[in-house]
Design a protein around this ligand. Structure first.
Ligand SMILES: Nc1nc2c(ncn2[C@@H]2O[C@H](COP(=O)(O)OP(=O)(O)OP(=O)(O)O)[C@@H](O)[C@H]2O)c(=O)[nH]1
Length: 344
């Protein structure tokens, strides 16, 4: 059994922005790398119309008839756990419906981390450049608000369909994106053509333990053509512009999943929760303490904490997850490691 943590990526973005196009590209790439991917899809209607993406070799779960962020939210977590346990994939992508609220999805993904060894590694939001431009000009409305929210929580922004806007218009949309989310990595694309390492750059492949970096935009490659896909890759001048923000970007966290190596002192842990920065909206996890007999399920929401003693019937891992923005992921992990020191 693969005992490593399975990375989960959420593909977000408004209806028709290019998420499925991106997913297809990522699946092709995964195949080339010899990875075993799995996909969780969600459609608003009752019938999934993206048959094009269905592949026999990729485990795929569909949540139909609702939006994963509301009616079938519990199902998302359950299905995710099932996918992880049954297939032990190397990576899971969740393609969310174009009208999903990203914070809610993150909440259910991190919830699933309590039951299976998975970790939310990124939220990739695909933005239709033309559509956003039109919405910017109107400047209000439900759709505009939702697009803004999806952009705000992204770790990666794919500004797609740039073939449909003029150069000066592109500048206008880019300015809006960096205004709403200065920390996300940004790539401007046609047909969502990114270089996948741009997404995986800091991900160590769980099966090989090697950093999964492969530069397809290598100019030494005799087959290399400097086409759109390379122009939109992180190695392009455009993306270099954002490269200096990369360290910061890691600290602009949407969600942190931290598997705990040992037990902590219960009072020290409570004090740690009380001291959590304001940017942490939500935390939960399964923890063990030196000074108590039980393991505990803890919940934290807007400064309120709750501990429930548990006796799991099945194997569950000790883990703590945090959702919020503008707090330091590195600092949080360090504090947790200090608290939950591994026992020999
Ligand atoms: N002109 C243009 N069309 C594009 C581009 N990228 C994708 N499309 C087209 O836009 C349409 C929607 O793309 P999808 O990838 O299905 O978008 P989606 O976000 O998965 O759509 P939903 O599932 O409805 O949310 C398709 O017809 C694509 O071929 C692009 O860069 N430029």
């Amino acid at each position: 059994m693969n005992d490593n943590v399975i990375p989960v990526y959420v593909l977000s973005g408004f209806l028709g922005s290019g998420k499925t196009t991106l997913l297809n590209l990522l699946l092709d790439d995964a195949k080339e790398r010899g990875w075993k991917p799995a996909v969780l899809m969600n459609e608003v209607g009752d019938i999934h119309i993206e048959g094009a993406v269905a592949r026999e070799d990729v485990p795929m779960t569909e949540l139909l008839g609702g939006c994963i962020c509301c009616s079938s939210r519990g199902d998302l977590g359950l299905e995710l756990v099932k996918l992880a346990q049954e297939h032990q994939p190397d990576v899971i992508w969740i393609e969310s419906t174009g009208i999903a609220q990203p914070f809610e999805i993150m909440d259910s993904v991190t919830e699933a981390s309590l039951y299976a060894k998975i970790e939310l590694r990124g939220v990739i939001t695909v933005v239709d450049a033309r559509h956003l431009l039109d919405r910017l000009r109107i400047g209000s409305g439900k759709t505009f608000k939702l697009m803004k929210e999806q952009i705000r929580v992204a770790s990666h922004l794919v500004l797609n369909k740039i073939d449909l806007v003029r150069e000066e218009e592109l500048g206008e949309v880019e300015a809006a994106l960096s205004d709403w989310n200065a920390h996300a990595k940004l790539a401007a694309t046609v047909k969502s053509r990114i270089e996948p390492d741009w997404v995986y750059a800091d991900w160590t492949n769980p099966n090989t333990n090697e950093l999964a970096i492969r530069s397809a935009c290598n100019n030494d490659d005799p087959d290399h053509e400097h086409d759109d896909s390379c122009a939109s890759a992180p190695y392009s001048p455009h993306a270099h512009h954002h490269a200096h923000e990369e360290n910061e970007a890691h600290d602009h966290v949407n969600a942190v999943t931290h598997y705990l190596p040992g037990a902590a002192d219960s009072h020290a842990f409570e004090a740690f929760l009380k001291r959590l920065p304001d940017g942490v909206y939500r935390a939960k996890g399964i923890v063990r303490f030196h000074d108590t007999a039980n393991r505990y399920l803890f919940q934290y929401a807007y400064k309120e904490t709750d501990f429930l003693p548990i006796t799991p019937q099945k194997t569950v891992h000790d883990v703590a997850v945090f959702i919020g923005e503008g707090f330091s992921k590195t600092e949080l992990r360090k504090q947790l490691d200090d608290l939950f020191e591994a026992q020999d």
